[in-house]
Design a protein around this ligand. Structure first.
Ligand code: FES
Ligand code: FE2
Length: 398
């Protein structure tokens, strides 16, 4: 993909200019139909591995409550470092077990109602006045486990059991990610550490946000006063990744920054010398970004990672969760002011004021009936890849 960027910069001709595919469109109904929304919840948000946290958010012997996906999830990491997910619901009379959404140390999980105690691996350990209950199969009393795996520095959970991913493992996850799994180590996500999470709800369909991160067409106009000066106009290289069976639903792309222009103009020998060797060098030239299907967006800024996850709380509303992940060697207190400033600039100045704001305005316009379809030019092709994948995974026959 970097070679494709180099060629476009060197020739001054972007790939989309030579693309002969037809213009495409997305039906407005995809953003407004309650029926489609319900199928997205069932098939995508209950049946696929979703990213729930970065590994650094949960240390050994800690637990945290995750409610971002409409299901009360309890994440735990035992003393040996193994991460698990269970429903955050007591097996006695259903009380929520852990309240805190930030990690807290626990040697066992004790229900605040009548004190049933569970181990971090979900096994019931102790019941007060146990003789008051009939003997039952132990499994009926252990916490309900959800498929969960820690991979590429991230904690992945399937928020229901009985899906194709019931036996979620590093292998099955990598198979689902396809060649993207081989790319992931280069991005060193596991080496980063969590700095901040912002969570908010907005009145827009969740896919409008994904759309905004799949094309660079809007950078020049919508972001003219913020990030546009750092980027070229429409020079990108992207591709579809994933298993054949899943229809390659993940999208990975590079958006050329201004620095890529001078880099591409060097002679061949100097180019080889200046070939980026790691993510820090790469992200000076291009901004890599991924849509990890269905709901995660990664943006590799020059010195940190924005990890965004989305969840549709209704057909016309979304929950936005933006995590800023920073290098460990810049995580001490002397860096806090720098990261605060950077995070505010991108989260408030760019995402909230520009990208999310636009999504909300688009959603408002749907009811007007002005458009039955939204048009996608060849420069916006990745948006139609994403919608094809959503349609494929939510088709009534699946
Ligand atoms: S509801 Fe948890 S111990 Fe009673
Ligand atoms: Fe944008």
């Amino acid at each position: 993909m970097l070679e494709r960027i180099r060629q476009q910069c060197a020739t001054g001709r972007a790939e989309w200019q030579d693309c002969t595919d037809a213009e495409t469109s997305v039906a407005v109904e995809r953003y407004t139909s309650v029926d489609i929304y319900q199928r997205e919840i069932d098939k995508l948000f209950r049946g696929l591995p979703l990213i729930a946290a970065h590994g650094s958010e949960l240390q050994a012997g800690q637990v945290l409550a995750h409610d971002g996906y409409g299901v009360p999830i309890l994440l735990s990491r035992d003393k040996d470092g193994v991460v698990r997910a269970h429903l955050n619901v007591c097996r006695h009379r259903g009380t929520r077990l852990v309240e805190s959404s930030t990690a807290i140390a626990k040697s066992s999980i004790v229900c605040p109602y009548h004190g049933w105690a569970y181990q971090l691996d979900g096994k019931l350990r102790h019941r007060l006045h146990a003789e008051s209950f009939d003997k039952k199969e132990c499994a009926d009393e252990d916490l309900v486990a959800l498929p969960c795996v820690e991979r590429h520095g991230l904690i992945w959970v399937v928020p229901s059991s009985g899906s194709d991913f019931d036996k979620l493992s590093s292998n099955s996850l990598d198979e689902y990610l396809g060649e993207l799994s081989a790319e992931m180590p280069f991005y060193e996500v596991a080496q980063l550490t969590h700095f901040r999470t912002i969570e908010a709800e907005y009145p827009a369909n969740w896919k409008l946000i994904v759309d905004a991160f799949l094309e660079s067409y809007h950078i020049r106009v919508l972001h003219k006063n913020t990030i546009a000066p750092f980027f070229t106009d429409g020079i990108t290289a992207g591709g579809r990744f994933g298993s054949e069976q899943s229809g390659k639903p993940h999208i990975h792309s590079l958006v050329a920054r201004r620095a890529a222009q001078a880099w591409s103009e060097q002679g061949d020998t100097s180019l080889q010398k200046t070939m980026p060797q790691n993510i820090r060098e790469l992200s000076e030239l291009v901004t890599p970004s991924q849509v990890i299907f269905p709901n995660t967006i990664t943006i590799f800024h020059p010195d940190y990672l924005s990890l965004i996850t989305l969840y549709p709380t209704s057909v016309g509303t979304l929950r936005w969760t933006h995590k800023m992940l920073i290098p460990k060697d810049r995580a001490d207190s002397t860096w806090v002011a720098h990261w605060e400033k950077t995070f505010n600039l991108i989260e408030k100045g760019v995402f909230q004021a520009e990208d999310i704001h636009t999504a909300v305005q688009i959603q408002k316009g749907f009811a007007s009936g002005a458009n039955t379809h939204l048009r996608l030019g060849r420069i916006e092709q990745a948006v139609s890849w994403f919608h094809d994948s959503v349609a494929r995974h939510t088709a009534a026959s699946r």
